[in-house]
Write a protein that binds this ligand. Structure first.
Ligand code: ATP
Ligand code: ZN
Ligand code: MG
Length: 500
């Protein structure tokens, strides 16, 4: 890696008479200030003066980046010549900064990033930043920009490849009662109503009863027996939480954003209210004048806010493992494509258990969770399902679909055969649930500690629409044909409402 920075310093007085002294001082810095440790050296390789400007070239091949060195040089110049010569540094400009580094492999197509132009020849990349300000350099974006170029090139090799998927276990084939799409059939029966907007559903009493039964089973057959305690979180996630979990860079195109009114003073809303009264329409342009820019979004998953609730806390050993779940926050995701079924929706109901504990506690918990889930899917739903290792979401979003976790950490998907979609072999099975152990990723991000133990965490997404879709796709809508295990919880549907 090689850095070369050109800087123009404008000083408060003419430097013509000072040229020699200045030169000697700058040269001395190369063996003192800029060479304190062998692994952290930079060099002023060229300098010229013209009237009040001093032009410097600083190069480095070490972790002492020239932009950091420049700020040190600026301070040293101030200290050396400030008092003795009444010389102040008025401004710093960096007309050109180039960074040359090697990639693991050559890109397959051009790469662009903000703040710099990128030129790549074979495996050698050159970032060129022009007209950078001192403020920009102080922000230390440079190393992240280098990492981003490397990541974008690497991701090109994963594009279009099949996602990582490794079967762990599959149930035997089960007795399936029909091959219809349960959503369509429930709509025909009036159990469900689509809308009112993209990917949303209105669950009438019959469908609501099934969804609520799923929730009851998840809580009473899985979470309560394992000692999980319920928490209630907010639906609305401020951006700083998603910045910490990585969701903000991972899936900003899938969020439903939330805006607040600029003011809640009715006077400021007078024109909007008047327009609404007269036109009986929403004047969106007028409305926007009264809204703040977005600073939050609706829940994508529940775990980020659960982690936030532990931010900076030290958890007592006696509370480990922490076992909590939220079933209140509703998830919203701007899914691609049109509306299809209750299994891929823009608004859905999940229960998300989150667990925090030592590595051993979590590996043990995973076995117990698997045991309880298996009981539900085998004995209660009599489902045809399978388990597979998949790429954890945060790796997926970084484009690394070819990687799994270590399988101590990592994500397991649970998938169900959906007879209406085709044959077992050729159709896409439905991911109705997952289970992750994520190591210390979020523990570190939210600075969560225990008295003695090193902590890991994980979560499991129980999608109630997906449980429902999987069950009904295999077992049909007639309670008389439902497995005994399930009818113990729901044997008769509500009568519902008849429409004329
Ligand atoms: P998919 O790949 O199907 O989009 P995902 O990987 O985005 O799923 P996760 O983020 O792992 O899903 O969410 C965990 C659980 O939430 C899923 O197993 C599923 O039960 C549920 N879920 C996710 N997206 C949806 C959706 N659009 N509609 C209904 N349930 C969903
Ligand atoms: Zn989660
Ligand atoms: Mg998804």
């Amino acid at each position: 890696m090689r850095f070369e920075l050109h800087a123009v310093l404008t000083l408060s007085a003419d430097l013509t008479g000072l040229s020699k002294e200045l030169g000697a001082f700058l040269e001395s810095l190369n063996t003192t200030l800029l060479a304190k440790e062998p692994s952290r050296t930079a060099a002023i390789t060229k300098w010229t003066t013209h009237e009040k400007t001093l032009t410097l070239t600083i190069t480095s091949e070490t972790s002492l980046r020239p932009h950091n060195a420049l700020l040190q040089v600026k301070n040293a110049l101030g200290a050396q010549f400030g008092k003795s010569h009444h010389l102040g540094i008025r401004s710093i400009a960096v007309p050109k900064y180039t960074i040359t580094f090697e990639l693991d492999r050559p890109p397959q197509k051009p790469v662009t990033i903000p703040f710099a132009s990128v030129a790549i020849d074979g495996k050698t990349a050159v970032l060129t930043i022009t007209d950078a300000t001192e403020e920009f350099l102080q922000r230390n974006y440079i190393d992240r920009m280098i990492t981003l170029v490397k990541e974008k090139v690497e991701n090109q090799y994963y594009e279009g490849k099949a996602e990582f998927w490794k079967l762990i276990w599959a149930s035997p084939e089960k007795h399936l009662v029909w091959t219809k799409d349960p959503t369509e059939e429930m709509e025909k029966l009036g159990w469900l109503k689509q809308g009112p907007t993209k990917g949303k559903w209105f669950y009438r009493p019959q469908a609501a009863a099934i969804l609520k039964t799923m929730e009851y089973i998840a809580i009473h057959e899985v979470l309560q027996p394992l000692g999980f305690q319920e928490v209630i979180e907010s639906h609305i996630k401020p951006f700083d939480i998603w910045l910490k979990t990585g969701h903000m860079e991972g899936m900003p195109y899938e969020f439903y954003y939330v805006v607040e009114p600029k003011t809640r003073d009715a006077k400021d809303w007078e024109r909007f209210i008047d327009l609404t009264k007269i036109t009986k329409e929403v004047d969106v342009a007028e409305l926007q004048k009264n809204l703040s820019p977005p600073a939050a979004g609706i829940a994508y998953a529940q775990c980020p806010m659960i982690y936030w609730s532990f931010k900076g806390k030290t958890i007592s050993e006696s509370s480990l493992p922490v076992l909590v779940y939220d079933k209140t926050a509703i998830s919203a995701r701007y899914e691609s494509g049109g509306r299809h079924g209750i299994e891929r929706v823009d608004e859905f109901h999940r229960i998300e258990p989150v667990y925090i504990g030592t590595r051993d506690q979590l590996l043990d918990l995973r076995e117990k969770l698997l045991e309880r889930y298996t009981h539900v899917f085998d004995d209660i739903f009599e489902l045809e399902w399978r388990k597979a290792w998949v790429t954890p979401w945060y790796m997926q979003q970084a484009g690394k679909i070819g990687e799994s976790g270590t399988q101590e950490t990592g994500t397991m998907d649970f998938e169900a055969y959906m007879p209406y979609r085709g044959t077992r072999k050729d159709s896409e099975w439905l991911e109705f649930q997952n289970l992750s152990i994520l190591g210390d990723k979020y523990i570190t991000a939210f600075n969560i500690k225990a008295q003695k133990s090193e902590l890991w965490s994980g979560c499991s997404g129980i999608g109630l629409e997906r449980w429902t879709a999987a069950f009904l796709a295999q077992k049909g809508l007639d309670p008389d044909h439902w497995p005994k295990g399930f009818t113990r919880y729901l044997s008769k549907l509500p009568t519902g409402i008849e429409f004329l």
